[in-house]
Design a protein around this ligand. Structure first.
Ligand code: SAM
Length: 298
């Protein structure tokens, strides 16, 4: 298998067991990425089934379609933001589906591509857009937002305690020279922090990078809106699985599920979110912060 396919699906066994896909069913993978979950779903819905794979990243969809070649004719790929789930399905003549999976955030394929500007390890342009047709980039935020706005984003979406120091330093440095690359931003963040690099468990710029990525892609707004629409497109007894990697995301999922339960249209199948077991955490480090919540349409 080529390296470009190496996105190891997180909590795949649990997702498959909850979705329980069967031949003839229509399942939506709203974040198809490297198609790891989709491949396993497709194996179970053929013959007669249809997988609808959504991703806002055009390049990712090309890789997904290559991986899914053996299932040609049993999947449709759509290059859109999953935010408008209902309309997206309506556009292809689908009203109800038998299951939905959201595996949020970015894939390792995106993270490792230096040109995309998500990575602290590989220097690249300060971009961070999942959808490269979008106008707003991380470079725009870093060079144009006020110190207070930057500080708020880094605090809220990054849960970074040194948000004020980082924002202050960014504003100081960009007066001297525009901040254009991930390496330049990393350097500015390192200079703003009180401790040396080796004092940290994770790279000290990780939280600020995450915050900018979440803001560039409006990740919280997208999942909140998509979940709001999801009961309308689920058949009775159909399930929805959401894997999140950030406490704010998980809170949105938890609260939406609670809302649907209170309306009597949903059963929540995971009282507490499920996490990866020790073995998966070792073999797939991305799974360490993953939380899976599952709901069922009544
Ligand atoms: C974690 S990866 C999914 C990996 C996939 N489950 C697999 O097994 O290979 C998340 C994917 O969702 C896409 N994505 C994130 N937010 C999105 C959104 N709002 N609309 C559409 N796609 C989105 C990203 O571009 C990325 O490819």
């Amino acid at each position: 298998m080529e390296k470009s396919y190496l996105h190891n699906p997180v909590l795949a066994r649990e997702v498959i067991s909850f979705l329980n896909p069967a031949p003839g069913q229509i399942i939506v993978d709203a974040t198809i990425g490297g198609a790891g979950h989709s491949e396993q779903i497709l194996q179970r819905i053929i013959p007669g089934g249809m997988l609808i794979g959504i991703d806002r990243d055009e390049e990712t969809l090309r890789l997904a379609s290559e991986r899914l070649k053996p299932f040609e004719g049993s999947f449709k790929l759509i290059n859109k933001n999953f935010k408008h789930l209902k309309e997206t399905l309506k556009d292809i003549g689908v009203e109800k589906v038998n299951g939905i999976i959201f595996d949020l955030g970015i894939s390792s394929i995106q993270m490792e591509a230096w040109q995309r500007g998500f990575s602290i390890k590989n220097d690249g342009p300060l971009d961070m857009r999942m959808d490269r047709n979008q106008a707003l980039t991380a470079k725009d935020l870093v060079n144009r937002l006020s110190e207070i706005e930057l500080s708020d984003i880094i605090r809220e979406f990054g849960e970074e305690r040194f948000h004020r120091r980082i924002a202050k330093r960014i504003v100081e440095e960009r007066k001297k020279k525009e901040i254009n690359t991930t390496a330049e931003l990393t350097e500015v963040i390192l200079k703003s922090l009180p401790y040396r690099r080796n004092k940290y468990k994770i790279h000290p710029a990780t939280r600020a990078f995450q915050a900018l990525r979440i803001r560039v892609n409006d990740e919280l707004g997208s999942i909140s809106h998509a979940l709001e629409e999801s009961p309308d497109v689920l058949e009775k007894t159909a399930r929805i699985c959401v894997i999140s990697f950030h406490s704010l995301e998980d809170r949105i999922v938890k609260n939406r599920f609670k809302e649907f339960k209170a309306k009597g249209i949903f059963k929540v199948l995971t009282k507490k979110p499920l996490t990866a077991d020790e073995n998966e955490m070792i073999t797939n480090p991305r799974s360490r912060s993953a939380k899976l919540r599952v709901g069922e349409r009544l």
